[in-house]
Structure formats: C-alpha cells, structure tokens
Design a protein around this ligand. Structure first.
Ligand code: T1G
Length: 695
C-alpha cells in the first residue's frame, strides 16, 4: 500500500489533520511509518497549520508495531526515531484515541503533545505478551506522564487500561465522545485557541520510585520465573529517571535483549497461531444461524458450557433427567455467573439477563425448536447413542447435534441419526466457561457448513476453535495419553512423581502431570486405562500400576484429599504411603531404580509429546503443526513462551529428536518409534514452521 493511501493530510483553517488508514488495526507498518514521517515533515514545512490533529480511520487507533514485519529486515524510519521526530515537531500534535492504542500505538500517542480519548477507548503496552517490552519510548514517556508504578503495571501486565483510568493516570488529557476525525479537529482547534494545553513529554521529569521497582522485581521473580522480557521491562522503566536520551538508549538495549529470543519467537508464534487455526477448508462456508442452544447434562461440563453460552448472549435450554440434577445444574451456572461478576468479567445486570435466558427442563422435547444441541453427559457410548437417537426424532430439521465427548467416535454417534451431516463434536475444556479452547471434531459425513457453524459458535463464545479429525482423543487427549505414559515409565524406572512435577514446572508448565492428575481426579485415568485394557497391545509396557494402586485405595487426588499428594486445606503435602507403593510396584516388576536428571525428564516428556504431535499431523487429525501448538497452549497449560510442542520441537531440531528417540528405543522399541514425518524432516532439513507455511 503506498504512503498516500496509508497516511493522508488535510487542512481545516489553521489546523492540519493527519489520518492513518492502515486496516485492519492501523499497525505501524513501514508504509505507515514512512507516511507519518512525511506528513509531519510536510505540515511543518508548509507553515500553514498551528496545530495537528492526529487520528486513525477504521476501528482503532494504532494497535502497535506491525508484528508481521518482525524477523524481516527493518525499514526506516524506525519507531523510536519517528516518535522523537513527532515529539520535536514545531507544530504540536494532539492524538485522538479510539479503539485500542496499544504498544507502538500508545507510544505514538504519548510522543504527541496532548491526547484526547473516546470514552470506550483503551490504552496498553501488551509487548510483554510477545516476549518483548515497549521499544519506542513507551517506558520512558508513560513514566513521565503517569509515574513509574503505572508504567510498570502496563509494561508487565500488558493489560488494556480504560480511558477513564488513563485520564486519572495522566496518560490522556481529555475524554470526548464522537467520531475520531471530529475529536481530532476540535482538539487541534482548542490547542490553537489555547484552551487545550500541550506538553513535550520528554521534558517532564520522572519521579523516582525505588520501592515500586523493587516490588516489581519481587513479583516477577515469583510469577514470571525464568522469563527474560519482564526483567528487561523493569530495567527500562527504572531508566526513566535518567536524562531522556540515556533512558531511551537503556530501553533500546533492553528491547534488543528480547527481540529474536526463543521466548519472544514462541509468544509471537502463539499470537499468530491463535488466529491461524481459523483458516480451515470450510472457511468460505456460510455458517447456519444459531440463536438458541440446547445443553443436555447439568454436570460440570454441561453447566460450564451453558454458562459460556449465556455469557455470549445465547439462550440455553438445559436438560437433566431429574429435578435434583437440574437444580444442581442451575445452581452451578448461577455460581459460575456470580464468579464472573466477582472477577469483573460481567455486570450484575448482564448476569441477571443471562440467567433469564436459561430454561431448565427434564423433558428432551423442550429441545424441539433449538438451533443447536450440545450433549454433555457421561462418557459412555451407549448413553450417547441413545440420546442422539432420541434427538434425531425431537429436533427440528437443520438443527445441529453436537457431542462434547472428549475422545469417543463421532462417526459412531452420528450413525445413530438420520442426519449424520448435522452431527459434529464440540469438545470443550473444563472449566468450560473459562478455558478458551474448543476442539471442533469433524465426522466423515459432517457438512462443511456445520463445521463453519462450529467455528462461528466458538468465536461467539470467545473461544478458539481448532479443527480436529476423529480418533481416540482427537488432538489434545490423544497426545496427552501418549506422553503421560512417559511420566509413568520415568517413575517406574526411578524418578519420583514430585521430581517429575518440579522438573516440568521449571520448564514452564503451570503444574506437573501428577499434580494435574490429582486435580482432575485419578479415577478418570483409571477408567480410561480399564477401558483400553482389552485393546492394549501385548508389547506395550504398562505404566499404570502405581496410579491403579492409588485409585484402588480410593486415593483419587484433591477430591478425596489424597492422591500422589496429600491435601490439607490449602496445603499440598507429601503422601507418606506413596513411596511404599512405588517400591512395591518396582520390586514386583523387578526394576532396579535409577536416577534421572531434571533435564532428562523434560527431554523424554517433551520428545514423547512431540512424537505423538507429529503423528497427529501425519494422520491429518490436525490440519497443521500450529493447530497442535494452539491446542496445548490453550487447553493443557503449555508454557506460552515456548510456543507449543511443535514450535518448541523446531528449537531442538528434527535430527536431534530422531537421535533421542532412537536412543530411548533401545529400552522400549514399541513405545519409542520415530514418526515418519519427523524422519522426513531430519532427512530433508525440514521443520514444523515450514510445514505451517505449506513448504
Ligand atoms: N501487527 C500485525 N497484525 C496485527 C496486529 C499487529 N500489531 N494486531 C492485530 N493484527 C491482525 C491480526 O493478526 C488479525 O489478522 C487482525 O489484525 C485482527 O486482529 C515497538 C514492538 C488490536 C486488540 O500486541 O491485541 O508495538 O487474522 O483478530 O480481536 O513497542 O489484534 O485478520 O489476518 O486480534 O479485534 C504491540 C496485538 C505490538 C496488539 C484487536 N501490539 N493485537 O483485536 O482483532 S509490538 C499488540 C491485538 C509493538 C513497539 C512494540 C488485537 C487487537 P487476521 P484480531 P480483535
């Protein structure tokens, strides 16, 4: 796009208006930067204007640097230099902020000489979500305008600050409602009239606040253990007490210490990945209109799904077999909504309106007119088949019938109806009103428009839909089932559950697999192992003996107060009976325990996850490697700065992964097999990133 289309200048009396029009979010691309530089220089040279109103077309003020340009050769003018030029402009600029002025967008606004925001506008420095920090003067200018605590808060949280708060903090000078162009014009005219004061931000002195800096360091050491960007961001903000140019240089150094790191690359991959997964073969299909939902089952999942739908403004008819079950479901939904109000996610009025859209019933006939039904009952195929047979006779023609099953065969369920084309899987993750992942499981006969409807529903419910094919466990649980065996083999062979958990938490997982098992309930894994017992290949090493003994003792984790750990109130303690169980199982299996380093624990665990992830892509269950990454980032607590298992695999390299698997295979050739895709990559120098780009 040429400069003139991206940035334009018009004159109204003694005022110039500069408009940035760079859809979709007015990102600070090279064309935008070049256009803005030219426009500011042009207005100063022309000498016709006494003030400049700066605004953006479209839905938002500048939403930041153009992330798609990262990693490419940078083109001048570079943002920090450009914003210094804006600040040095002889003709003062006033920014009219609407939508979200984020990152380089807020940095542009604070390099202007005054700022007016629309009431709905929000400002922020979300670079931390990309493993970066504000790199165009944001840490220096926000500190000067609003103080070091606010600059730390925005740089470290990456949150979006509402206009009213930004006004109180001193980041914006006024709040006015109206169209951005009109706001920019009126504000510039006020600058000329002297009724809107202007300031050169760099000339403002930052008040030192060592206590805030130290508190931020302590918080980051605890909450962002091992991450680089937060540490660098604090350094940059602390430098804002130096003379401006020294502080700016310190910020630049801190920024460059983050740019291009694996941490930043991983988080940028996650940012684009969450959007890339919407690129499905059915993208062009017209989704069916969904204005009402039916949910069958008021248990944890059914009530979570209902909550999420109600929060998205969708009426829900909730079906339970008994009044008692129905009351429990309604009570859980009410509690979920009350929690959302407490977390500030919704107003009380919105909560009441949501509850008013809930219709509980014990009669499935109440679903006759809904547009889409989500079955969320017990994970037993027989029960699901019976329900879908009934739904087929009750629901109107064109109604979509979805199952929330987490691993069962959607084709088998669809075969119970005369409308297999209208059947798909919508696999939510618990808690369903909080977790953003939704696996959209496509059956052999699922119609493309029905797949598109699943994705449209995901977006409506503010979830990220990932397309999955049909197999046991789809994408996430299939891979989970594989790599959890590695955790159990490690414990059988000598590692302690707590050591495995700690090693993986140091790698970045929020919780290690044993703590997760205790949280979810060890009985779930127990039932899965029993379900699969008859199909387990004879040559497969059984890793479930220790977990079986825990469940057989009734120790199923948090809900029973004891599992791998003991739970007393908020305390998580060692289970004194665990070592005895482990020793007995090892002795019975004739295992002489050996020690494992934390590094080897992580290597084995991650290699197993990567291997099954590669097979899921090979088998076409996931469309691309990035789809596997997004499933694990959004559904399994995978550390975001690692970008997901297959993005992380590229930092190890296919050759090294193949060598690892071949080494491990000497112990267990059945479990450790080199996926064909990985072998091909190793032989041809490929990687998952190239595969994402279709190379
Ligand atoms: N650069 C390039 N493309 C971007 C973009 C960006 N900054 N932000 C969004 N897009 C694309 C996005 O990929 C999608 O593309 C489309 O715009 C709509 O986005 C020097 C270094 C602004 C709140 O981190 O938070 O400034 O999929 O679906 O839900 O200090 O986008 O349609 O092809 O998300 O309405 C800092 C990131 C950059 C902001 C809008 N800024 N963006 O949300 O739409 S680093 C950010 C967002 C920086 C400086 C530093 C959100 C949004 P497509 P969307 P949305």
């Amino acid at each position: 796009m040429s400069d003139k289309q991206v940035v334009s200048v018009e004159y109204v009396g003694e005022v110039a208006l500069i408009c940035i029009d760079n859809p979709p979010v007015n990102a600070g691309s090279a064309a935008m930067r070049q256009g803005l530089q030219k426009a500011v220089q042009e207005v100063n040279a022309a000498g016709k204007a006494k003030a400049i109103g700066l605004y953006c077309a479209g839905r938002t003020f500048v939403a930041g640097a153009d992330i798609s340009e990262f990693g490419k050769p940078p083109q001048p003018p570079f943002m920090p230099d450009l914003y210094n030029e804006v600040e040095a402009s002889g003709v003062p600029l006033v920014a009219a902020i609407h939508g979200t002025a984020l990152g380089g967008g807020l940095e542009l606004a604070v390099s202007c000489h005054a700022r007016v925001a629309l009431p709905s506008a929000r400002v922020g420095l979300p670079e931390i979500h990309l493993g970066l920090l504000p790199g165009a003067g944001g840490t220096q200018r926000v500190s000067r305008l609003a103080g070091i605590p606010v600059a730390l808060d925005l740089s470290l949280s990456g949150r979006q600050m509402p206009a009213k708060e930004a006004l109180a903090a001193g980041i914006v000078d006024r709040i006015e409602d109206g169209e951005p162009r009109e706001i920019a014009l009126a504000a510039a005219q006020e600058v000329v009239a002297g009724t809107l004061a202007t300031r050169v931000t760099r000339d403002i002195e930052t008040t030192a606040d060592d206590a805030a800096i130290e508190a931020a360091k302590a918080m980051v050491a605890k909450k962002a253990r091992g991450l680089n960007a937060p540490v660098q961001a604090i350094k940059a903000v602390a430098a804002s007490t130096l003379p401006f140019d020294e502080g700016l240089a310190a910020e630049r150094a801190a920024f460059m210490a983050c740019m291009g790191t694996d941490e930043s690359r991983g988080m940028i991959h996650a940012f684009f990945g969450e959007r890339a997964v919407a690129n499905i073969p059915e993208k062009k299909e017209t989704p069916r209109d969904v204005q009402s939902l039916g949910v069958i089952g008021g248990g944890t999942m059914g009530s979570g799904i209902s909550t999420s739908a109600l929060m998205a403004g969708l009426p829900v008819t909730l079906i339970e077999v008994s009044l008692e079950g129905l009351d429990r479901g309604v009570a859980t939904i009410t509690a979920n909504l009350d929690g959302a109000v407490k977390r500030g996610k919704m107003s009380e009025a919105k909560r009441d309106a949501a509850l008013a859209m809930l219709t509980p019933s014990t009669e499935m006939e109440a679903l006759a007119e809904v547009d889409l039904v989500i079955e969320a009952v017990f994970e037993k195929m027989e029960i699901k088949k019976e329900i879908f047979g009934k739904l087929d006779t009750i629901c109107k023609e064109g109604a979509i019938l979805a199952s929330n099953t987490s691993y069962l065969d959607i084709n088998e369920i669809a075969a119970m109806t005369n409308r297999p084309q209208d059947v798909l899987g919508l696999h939510f993750f618990s808690p369903a009103h909080i977790m953003r992942l939704l696996e959209v499981v496509v059956g052999e006969k699922t119609e493309p428009a029905v797949v598109a409807t699943g994705f449209a529903l995901a977006k409506r419910m503010r979830k990220v839909g990932v397309r999955a094919g049909v197999c046991d466990g789809f994408i996430g649980n299939r891979i989970l089932g594989h790599y959890l065996k590695t955790a159990s083999y490690l414990v059988l062979d000598g590692a302690h559950p707590d050591q495995v958990d700690k090693a993986l938490e140091d790698f970045g997982f929020a919780m290690g697999p044993h703590r997760v098992g205790d949280l979810a309930g060890l009985d779930i894994g127990y039932m899965t192992r029993k379900r699969l017992e008859s199909t387990r290949p004879a040559e497969e090493r059984y890793g479930g003996a220790i977990a079986d003994k825990l469940s057989e003792n009734g120790w199923n984790g948090r809900k029973t107060g004891k599992g791998y750990y003991v739970y007393e109130g908020r305390e998580t303690l060692e289970n004194p009976d665990l070592n005895g169980i482990i020793d007995a199982v090892r002795a019975e299996a004739g295992i002489t325990p050996k020690t494992f380093t934390d590094e080897e624990i992580v290597d084995r665990y991650m290699t197993a996850m990567i291997s099954e992830g590669a097979r899921v892509v090979e088998d076409g269950i996931a469309l691309r490697p990035v789809d596997v990454d997004v499933v694990f980032l959004m559904g399994y607590g995978f550390p975001r700065h690692r970008g997901g298992p297959l993005h992380y695999a590229d930092t190890i390299g296919a050759k090294a992964l193949v060598e690892r698997i071949e080494t491990y295979a000497k112990e267990d050739a059945h479990y450790w097999q080199v996926p064909a895709l990985l072998r091909k990559m190793a032989d041809e120098g490929g990687n998952f990133d190239k595969l994402n780009k279709g190379k």
